[in-house]
Design a protein. Sequence first.
Length: 277
Amino acid sequence: MDWLHGILNLTGLLLWVSWRAGTIPRSQPPRSLAGPTPRQGPIYQHSWIYLLVLLALLSGRAVFYNQFGPGLDWIPSMNMVFDSPHFRSDFFPRALAYSILSFGRWMVALYFCLALLVLVKPITDSALSWREFLKAQFGWLGNLPPIAQCAGAVAMAAGLHALELEWMLGVGIRAHMTDPTGGDYTLQIPALLLLDLRATIYLIMALLALYLLNSFVYFGERTFWKTVDESGKRLLTPLRILPWETRKMDFAPIVALAIAYGLSHALTPEHVASLLR
């Protein structure tokens, strides 16, 4: 059941991204004296259908979990800082809470990754479509500076975690382990935000790996690899204060990969919980 739950969460993210991508405005073609006038507005006027399908997916799978989860002895859980509380699927309010809240975790990871991509997005003309895509994912926040979009992603994550903790208490789910917050679970929100950064770190490692691959292997003038190259260079900008380059080798990507790998091991629930203690 866990693998099915993961596939459904991924499907939900694709539906959300498709809904937001459908709001991208149509590009303005050059004026012509002949022919009909192109339609104005978003590229897909009915993208709200994706949102309706997403809502149906989240509610429908809660019914599925409630009906078939108990027979399969499946007791879902969600990782917190100090424990992993269980959601009994034979109780529908808890099955619904798990369906929506677990998807919220994936949404937070998505927008943390999108915030990183906004920070390192290329400013070349070839990446215009990519910039429009990222702008559409953030809605009206996409018109603000990148740092404001990152702050919006953090604020959204904090709000979702606050909703998560309150909803869990509302359906009778409480932590079973003693924690140093004295039972005030809202104090766990900063720690949960730290754990959310793991998705961003994994994306950094993927971008650096692709950047290194593109440095040694020529893949042509494809837009994707141009975007990877420019994003990798912007990602390595903080390390350029030190001379990492030799005549034949640039060690900055390797150092950045090592730092990201170390952070991925440091940002685990066990290590974050030990810091709070």
